[in-house]
Design a protein around this ligand. Structure first.
Ligand code: FAD
Length: 520
């Protein structure tokens, strides 16, 4: 047994030697051993598959893996560790789509959230239609399964990430963003209620009205305050089709002017439901942009020529309108009028229609294409930043036109704006302090390039942000010392720390984030 689980042996001895059968230690141990110890294993066949994550940049095998059958099992495990004379760290692992070992727990127990029942008949997703439709889903559930369940009633989550295979608990612990966030905010802004098992093993139902402090703490909380075992997710009526429009720019100022116009909450131009954007740093990137967005050979050639001949990055906006048969005549006209007001390069607007489900699930088709070629589970040194509007032009000039210009590394580079009013500042998630800020994502796949070279490049980008005081905040952040965490959280740090003391006083949960050190 690894050190953490020797606790159980020590506990066992303590309990068997106690003469008071009613002592809380005995009760705890009895409950623990009866109900859950059989669900923990240290077998390498079980622990090794959890030794890495999607980032594939480092390895660390958990001390043990726990397969809960119910949220009560999770509560019992946490309570046991919390009350034990030798508490052990616990990591709740959703789908393991983090990049930098955020779910690692070498000296403790990893909770395999999927064992609560995922993708199976009778899995924990209930969809409730009505004036305020919602899905009640287990924190272990994947967003794709929530979407599929909601679609059966003609509904869909109001906001989704680009990729639908992370868990509810995993994205709600960060924010859950995409080109959809401008309309309804990130996923954390679209949750009515949560069940959270705190670091003391207590199960708390919370919302804006009930136990609101824990609700705000858990949303964007990086798994530090408890295990989210249920979330009530806002739904809206689903459309059947999507029109995907792609507009190209060489002038980043015009790109941003148009992106900001498209996300404006004041404008009545809300034709589009999704507004994203991407940067083409070199001509080698062009081939990858037509996997989901179907371009004719002629159009591909035209774009290739544009990128090859232009001495600098080329940008594009992805604007998508969700529609069904009833709305289509007005949609054609609305899109046509809107495009006339935008500033893309003449002749460089492309459009095609596809079922909305296929648009929402577009990354999965890329995954299916890349897996057999060995291009999916490669190292992913990703860097995600939020850049305030006032500094974004300086950022693009120093980074895209500067150190990254001509870069040929594989993986998309995203840039799109969001409105801060759609975020709730009481939540743990951190954004720059301006009404509009841009998500910039360097989603590298270390195929041709070494992951160390790409990591160095990321570090250089972060150094530029710091050196020129660009006010950037990391999304899906990774730091290894508390000073940097304090900087990341800024004004929210002291509240973050006091919430940690309140909800996880022994700092047992999600130690792989490396924010707090578990207490003995
Ligand atoms: P894990 O990696 O398993 O865990 C991440 C963290 O959350 C850990 O600290 C863990 O302890 C904690 N955690 C997990 N489950 C729970 C729970 N139930 N309760 C409390 N804490 C929990 N993000 C976006 O916002 N938008 C995107 O468009 C997007 N696209 C992506 C595309 C791909 C291909 C990948 C790999 C990732 C993408 N992400 C995106 C990032 C992803 O949303 C986050 O990494 C998310 O945390 C992954 O969820 P997971 O279930 O895999 O979590």
């Amino acid at each position: 047994l690894p050190e953490a689980l020797q606790t159980v042996d020590i506990f066992s001895e303590t309990c068997s030697s106690t003469t008071d059968p009613q002592s809380s230690l005995t009760t705890d141990f009895d409950n623990f051993s009866k109900s859950i110890f059989s669900k923990i294993t240290t077998d390498p066949a079980a622990t090794l598959p959890f030794a890495t994550d999607f980032g594939n940049l480092s390895e660390s095998t958990p001390g043990a893996v726990f397969y809960p059958s119910s949220p009560e099992d999770i509560a019992a495990l946490i309570r046991f560790s919390h009350r034990s004379p030798k508490p052990f760290p616990i990591s709740q692992r959703g789908a393991g789509h983090s990049m930098y070992g955020q779910t690692f727990v070498p000296d403790g127990v990893l909770i395999d959230m999927s064992s609560l029942g995922r993708g199976q008949v009778g899995s924990r997703i209930t969809v409730v239609d009505g004036p305020v439709p919602y899905a009640d889903a287990g924190g272990e559930q994947l967003w794709i399964d929530v979407l599929n369940a909601a679609l059966k009633l003609g509904l869909m989550p109001r906001t989704l990430t680009d990729y639908l295979y992370p868990t509810i608990g995993g994205t709600l612990s960060n924010a859950g963003i995409s080109g959809r966030a401008f309309k309804h905010g990130p996923q954390i802004s679209n949750v009515y209620e949560l069940d959270v098992i705190t670091g003391t093993g207590e199960t708390v139902t919370c919302s804006r009205e009930m136990n609101s402090d824990l609700y705000y703490a858990a949303l964007g909380g990086l798994g530090q305050f408890g295990v989210i075992t249920r979330a009530q997710i806002a739904l809206e009526p689903a459309r059947k089709m999507s029109r995907w429009v792609r507009l190209f720019y060489t002038d980043v100022k015009l790109l941003m002017k148009d992106q900001e116009k498209l996300i404006s909450t004041e404008s009545n131009l809300s034709v589009f439901d999704f507004v994203g954007g991407e940067v083409l740093l070199s001509v080698r990137k062009v081939a990858a942009i037509s996997t989901a967005f179907k371009l004719s050979e002629n159009d591909k050639e035209k774009i290739t020529r544009l990128v090859a001949e232009y001495d600098g990055p080329v940008y594009f906006i992805d604007a998508v309108a969700y529609y069904d048969d009833i709305t289509v005549p007005s949609l054609d006209q609305n899109i046509k009028s809107l495009l006339e007001e935008l500033h893309y390069i003449s002749g460089f607007a492309f459009s095609f229609d596809m079922p909305l489900f296929d648009f929402l699930n577009r990354l999965y088709y890329q995954e299916l294409a890349r897996r057999p070629l060995g291009l999916w589970l490669v190292p992913h040194p990703w860097l995600d930043l939020f850049v305030p509007k006032s500094k974004v032009l300086e950022f693009t000039s120093r980074v895209f036109e500067g150190i990254l210009n001509g870069n040929t590394a594989a993986g998309p580079v995203l840039i799109f704006p969001m409105n801060r009013t759609m975020w709730d500042d009481k939540m743990s998630a951190v954004t720059p302090n301006e009404e509009i800020f841009y998500a910039v994502s360097l989603l590298w796949s270390a195929i041709a390039n070494d992951s160390i070279i790409l990591t160095d490049l990321n570090n250089e980008v972060v150094s530029i942000c710091e050196k020129y005081h660009l006010g950037c905040k990391k999304y899906l952040p990774r730091y290894t010392n508390q000073e940097d965490w304090q900087k990341q959280f800024g004004e929210k740090w002291s509240e973050y720390v006091s919430r940690k003391k309140k909800y996880d006083p022994k700092a047992l949960l999600s130690p792989g984030q490396r924010i707090f050190t578990p207490l003995e």
